[in-house]
Design a binder for this molecule. Structure first.
Ligand SMILES: [Zn+2]
Length: 460
């Protein structure tokens, strides 16, 4: 793609949109979406939707806001989303093509430098991840040197941008935090990945200076709450702290069967003691709760975990989600009936899921039309399992796919239509049947749940 050509057309756009009616705070955020996948763009600050802009006939949208709370925002063009950093007086344009969402995105206009820098850091992540994966076998001192140098080269790049352009202190803090916390995630992860990579049974002793960056951790910076690297760093950091606390202070609890429960309770305790900012606390508490619940501990432990959660996290903004999941999980315990859930047959018939082969052993698995790689692997696995377990019925439940598309796929891949069903509402499917892992399977015998958290590739 010719970026220069693209930029010159954007300059024109910028000019035509810069009528701010005398309000110097006015923020314009506009652009063009090639191959749109929905009819609008929604602008968010944290979890709050600030405004929605419809695409016009030329697939252009425009937000004009009297002012913003300066800082990180994000925009959503379903099903994708991306960051946008906004300050008062900004007039920012984007252009993107949904067939290559993040890679095609370009920001231009007032505010472009910091946005393009953050985007570049965001895009370099994947490549860097595979590099860092290859470094985990190194001894701690060598690993630290490598990570330091990666961090330094990025910060130097940003310093250079800062000498050329006028970037506000707040934008600068955010861009730097993006770099710092991203690289510190690897430091927090190192002891565990190194143990696995090196085959050492114990966590390696670390040099005194290994965790020096921890002196500069800001646990309560409201501006960073929705910055992914910051948030992900905190998750790794809490995991690391909890592991070491428990190893020193509660080794007995870590050896018995309730270890999973104990370490997650310990994480709740740490979040409560380290973080004061409500939004961040709520998000971190949520993350521990969802993570714990989805790993399906036994019923007794699950109930005890929720009691601890209640104790530490009062009026969590995500209570509804967490308690709904908790209730759904209690309903999915072994020996219980399958919950009520309607699916659709290839002949458009509404069927209760429990009425599919009610007196047999049924294995439900899940797929969606948009994940071609997963679909092929899964179908190969289904074919293997069918040969291995000829008495089981393997039933595919399709999610997140237009019904006509689904039928086309069933036909073109020659799937047996009597073994394929379509689900209408994605959220309802995920919440009722608890589908958070793409390879999840539910095993049912004679209408009773055997294992609702089984795995197509690992459990058989
Ligand atoms: Zn502990």
């Amino acid at each position: 793609m010719n970026r220069l050509l693209l930029l010159s057309s954007l300059v024109f756009l910028t000019w035509s949109c810069q009528q701010n009616n005398g309000n110097t705070n006015r923020v314009i955020f506009a652009g063009e979406i090639v191959n749109p996948t929905s009819e609008n763009v929604i602008l968010f600050r944290g979890e709050e939707a600030l405004d929605t802009a419809l695409l016009d006939d030329d697939n252009r949208f425009s937000f004009s806001l009297d002012s913003v709370t300066e800082g990180l925002h994000h925009f959503v063009h379903r099903p994708e989303s991306q960051y946008v950093y906004l300050e008062n007086g900004d007039s920012l344009q984007i252009r993107l093509n949904t067939s290559d969402f993040d890679e095609s995105l370009v920001y231009s206009g007032q505010g472009e430098e910091v946005n393009n820098f953050i985007l570049e850091m965001y895009l370099s992540r994947e490549e860097e991840q595979s590099l860092i994966q290859s470094l985990y076998y190194l001894e701690p001192g060598d690993f630290q040197v490598k990570i330091d140098s990666l961090r330094t080269s990025k910060l130097e790049l940003f310093d250079q941008i800062q000498t050329e352009f006028d970037i506000s202190p707040k934008a600068s803090d955010l861009a730097r935090a993006f770099v710092e916390y991203s690289s510190n995630i690897s430091m927090e992860a190192y002891p565990f990945y190194h143990r696995r990579r090196s085959g050492e049974g114990e966590i390696h002793d670390l040099p005194m200076t290994f965790y020096d960056y921890r002196k500069n951790i800001n646990y309560n910076n409201h501006d960073f709450t929705y910055l992914r690297p910051y948030y992900n760093f905190m998750k790794y950091h809490i995991g690391n702290l909890a592991y070491n606390h428990c190893k020193q202070n509660c080794p007995k609890d870590m050896n018995k069967e309730g270890r999973h429960l104990h370490s997650n309770q310990h994480k709740l305790y740490l979040i409560d003691s380290l973080f004061t900012q409500k939004e961040l606390r709520d998000n971190l508490f949520r993350s521990v709760a969802i993570d714990y619940l989805l790993r399906h501990d036994n019923e007794e432990n699950t109930i005890e975990f929720i009691d601890s959660f209640k104790k530490y996290s009062e009026n969590n903004a995500h209570d509804e989600e967490i308690y709904t999941l908790y209730q759904s999980i209690l309903k999915m315990q072994p020996a219980k009936d399958l919950p009520n859930f309607t699916v659709y047959s290839f002949d458009d018939e509404a069927v209760e899921i429990s009425d599919i082969k009610p007196r047999e052993t049924v294995v439900y698995y899940f797929w969606s039309g948009s994940q071609a790689g997963h679909f092929k692997n899964l179908m190969k696995r289904v074919a293997e399992l069918k040969t291995e377990y000829p008495n089981y019925h393997f039933i595919g439940l399709n999610m997140k796919t237009d019904k006509a598309n689904w039928k086309n796929m069933v036909k073109s891949y020659k799937l047996d239509p009597s073994e394929q069903y379509w689900t209408e509402d994605y959220d309802e499917t995920v919440n009722t049947l608890i589908v958070y892992n793409p390879n999840k399977a539910i095993i049912v015998k004679d209408g009773k749940i055997v294992d609702a958290f089984s795995h197509m590739f690992r459990s058989f």
